[in-house]
Design a binder for this molecule. Sequence first.
Ligand code: NAD
Ligand SMILES: O=C(O)C(=O)C[C@@H](O)[C@H](O)[C@H](O)COP(=O)(O)O
Ligand code: ZN
Length: 366
Amino acid sequence: MESITVNTHGSSYDVHIGEGAYHLFGTKYHEFIRSFDQVVVLTDETVASIHLDLLLQELKPIARQLSVKRIPAGEKAKTIENFYDCQTFLLEQNCTRKSVIVAFGGGACGDLAGFVASTFMRGIPFIQCPTTILAHDSAVGGKTAINHEDGKNMIGTFYQPAAVIYDVRVLTTLSEQEVRSGMAEVIKHALISNPDWLDELMGISSFDDMTMVELKRHLAYGIAVKAAIVEEDEREQSVRKYLNFGHTYGHAIEAAGGYGSITHGEAVMLGMVYELIASERFGNVQKGFTDQFIDYAKHLGYPFPTINRLPFVELLKYMEKDKKASFGAVQFALLDQVGKPFLQVIDADELERLDREFRDRVGETK
Ligand SMILES: NC(=O)c1ccc[n+]([C@@H]2O[C@H](COP(=O)([O-])OP(=O)(O)OC[C@H]3O[C@@H](n4cnc5c(N)ncnc54)[C@H](O)[C@@H]3O)[C@@H](O)[C@H]2O)c1
Ligand SMILES: O=C(O)C(=O)C[C@@H](O)[C@H](O)[C@H](O)COP(=O)(O)O
Ligand SMILES: [Zn+2]
C-alpha cells in the first residue's frame, strides 16, 4: 500500500492506493468511522451494481448506522436536481453535523458527493473512494462541482476530503473507453511535470498491455504531482491552473457537445492537442513533438472526429466563460516545453486560427 499525504492550509489527509485499501476502514480509520452517528455511501448505479459489497463488507461491521444513496452513473449525475435529491436523502435519514459521506464512484460521483458534503448543514466530512483511473485526479485536491448548461463545474466549492481510499481492485471492470478517458489525465500529469515519465507513457501502444503494477505506479505518480501543486496553491490563484492543461478547450467540447456525449478524459485529450498547438505558438514546443503526440493519441483511439460536429463559435462561447478567464481575457495553461507549464492569455482571433490548425492537423475538417 502506498500513502501520500496532502497538506493544505486548513487540512491534512492521506491518499492510500493499493489492492485491499478498503481494509483500512477496519484498521486505520476504525475510530474515525465510529466517531460518526451515520455513514452515508453516495455511489453511482453502475458502481453499486458491481462493487458495493466490497465496500459494505468493510463498513457494515463498524458504522453505527449506514445508508446508501444511488445516483445516476456518469456525467448526468452532476446536476442541481441530483444535488438537491442528495440533500433531501440526508435530511430524510436524519443526518447531522456528526454524519459522514463516503463517495464511492468515479469523478462525477466524487464531485457531486463532495459538493453535497461541503454544503449540507454548511459542511460535513467526506471520504473519497475513487473507482476509476480518472479519479486518481478528481479524488485529490478538493475541487467539488456540478455543471451548469452554460459551463462545466460552474457551481462548486474547494473542500478537501478527510481521506482518499483508492482500492485498485475495482479498476479491473472499467470499460476500454473509461480506461482511455482516465489515462488522459495521467498523460496530462506527465505533460506538465516530467518528460521522462511522458516518454514512458508514449511507449504504450495499447492500454491493455499495462500491468496492474505499472498502472498503480502511474496513478501514484499522478497523485504526487497533483498533491504537490495543490499544497502550493489550493484555491487556484497561480500554479494550480497548470492542472487545467487541456481543459479550456476540453471543457468547451464537453459543454458544447452536451455533457456525457464524450467522456471528460477524451475531451481533455483533444484539448491537450489544441493547447500543444498553442504551445508551439506561445512556447517552445516543437511541431514534430505535437505531430508525434497526435499520432500517439489517435493510435490509442481518442475520438478526434467528435470535433466535426462542434463549430468554433460554439466552443468560443464556453471558452470565454472558463473559470481562468477574467477582465474579458481567456487564459490558458500552456507548455514552454514538456514539464514546463506557464499561463498565457489568448485573444479570440488567435483562438480561431489555432482552432483551424487543430482541425487540419488532427485530420478532421468542418
Ligand atoms: N474534482 C477534480 O479535481 C476533477 C478532476 C478531474 C475530473 N473531474 C471530473 O470527474 C468526472 C469524470 O470522472 P470519471 O471519468 O471517473 O467519470 P464517471 O464518474 O462518470 O465514471 C465514468 C463511468 O464509469 C463507470 N464506472 C466507475 N467506476 C467503475 C468501475 N470500477 N467499473 C466499471 N465502471 C465504472 C461509471 O458508472 C460511469 O459510467 C468529470 O465530471 C470531471 O469534470 C474532477
Ligand atoms: O484539480 C484541478 O485543479 C484541475 O484542474 C484538475 C482537472 O483535471 C479537473 O478536471 C478539474 O475539475 C477542472 O477544474 P475546473 O476548475 O476547470 O472546473
Ligand atoms: Zn480534468
